[in-house]
Ligand binder design. Sequence first.
Ligand code: GDP
Ligand code: MG
Length: 412
Amino acid sequence: MNREESSLEELKSLAQTAGYIIVGTMEQTRRPDARYQIGAGKVEELVKLVEETGAQKVIFDNQLRTLQNYNLAKATRVEVIDRFQLILELFRRRATTTEAQLQIQLATLQNELKHAREKVRLSKGSEQPGFMGLGVYEADIYRDAIKLQVQTIRKKLSRIREKRVLQRVRRTELGFLTISLAGYTSAGKSTLFNALTDETALVDKSLFTTLSTQTRMIDFSGRRFLLTDTVGFIDRLPISLIEAFHSTLEETIFADLIVLVVDLNEPLNVIEKKNNVCLETIEHLGASGIPTVTVLNKIDRLKPPEQAEKLDALKDKVKNPLLLSAKCQTNLDELKKHILRVLETYVSAEFSVPLSGNVMPFISWVHQKADIHKEEFTNDSVHITLEAEPSVMEQIKRKVQDLNGKFQLTQQ
Ligand SMILES: Nc1nc2c(ncn2[C@@H]2O[C@H](COP(=O)(O)OP(=O)(O)O)[C@@H](O)[C@H]2O)c(=O)[nH]1
Ligand SMILES: [Mg+2]
């Protein structure tokens, strides 16, 4: 329920990513009503829609105040959540590492703290979905309990420094290369994921009991890959969810290759802005050295001259672009070839450097520019196994020699 169509589309995509089946939608353009967010007449319509469709939940695009949330749940007799809560749920479903789970708990509790007073007041003697069981609390006691939990989680988080390399090493030992699908909500990641995994025969289940449903095996050119559909980037991500988003994304994006999916049907300035946010975030996570191809998706919506025009405008700003339509399954074979080409131009190497004052800035630079496979610190040196573009590798080699280290190219 919101003003712009694109926003509702995005909400639908988010809900689907979180595992919901959408049975109906409704929109209203007006000034928000204090009691219900939507107008009284619209509430009646909503109640009817819920009854007719048998919906088990109502999701609002606009942020709901506690009172509105309460009144809507009372009227519809189902749980009502807003976009913020939906995003939290989505992260919760995807988080498998302890760090990600803690970040999400933290965001949930902080949100709860904001609404605690009002919620306790409303829940006295009520049995609304989402408000149950709070009636026994006094507001201050409830708030104190939350604050205590927040502190405990903060402490735990500061103790956790997970070795993200480990997960990858394990997969590499299994003999698969991994590919992650990244990109904004609605760009077409899941559609591409399904298109690429369509013809794939079922493989030995026991191997995959540890994998989530967002990861499947694909096979091409005699090689096997694990393809992961990530949570993706979200427009207007609430600031309080950024840490939770980073840790959820981080565990899925560390792959041998990233396929960044872009909706080419959007205006050029929007595409560029989103692409920059993606690249900056990937860099922030320390994953910018990972080989990346950019899928310019939804070309079925554009005429060929327009496709060419946009490709030309973007080609220096995005990494290894390729025109494609996930929905119509055009250029899927080109994508596979493109992936192999990009992977093959990367060279592998290993090096050791003695630890000295200026080694750490160099190592963090390497983390940004190259794809690190293994990193071992001893008392007096660091040993790194990595892949990078040939020009980057050349720079690394020179710097290693400057630092009196040993450098060696290896076979892939
Ligand atoms: N026209 C067109 N629509 C597409 C294409 N790929 C995805 N879509 C549509 O875009 C919407 C979002 O797709 P989805 O795969 O859920 O995006 P995700 O949020 O990135 O996973 C859906 O309605 C898809 O049907 C495409 O190549 N062409
Ligand atoms: Mg999706």
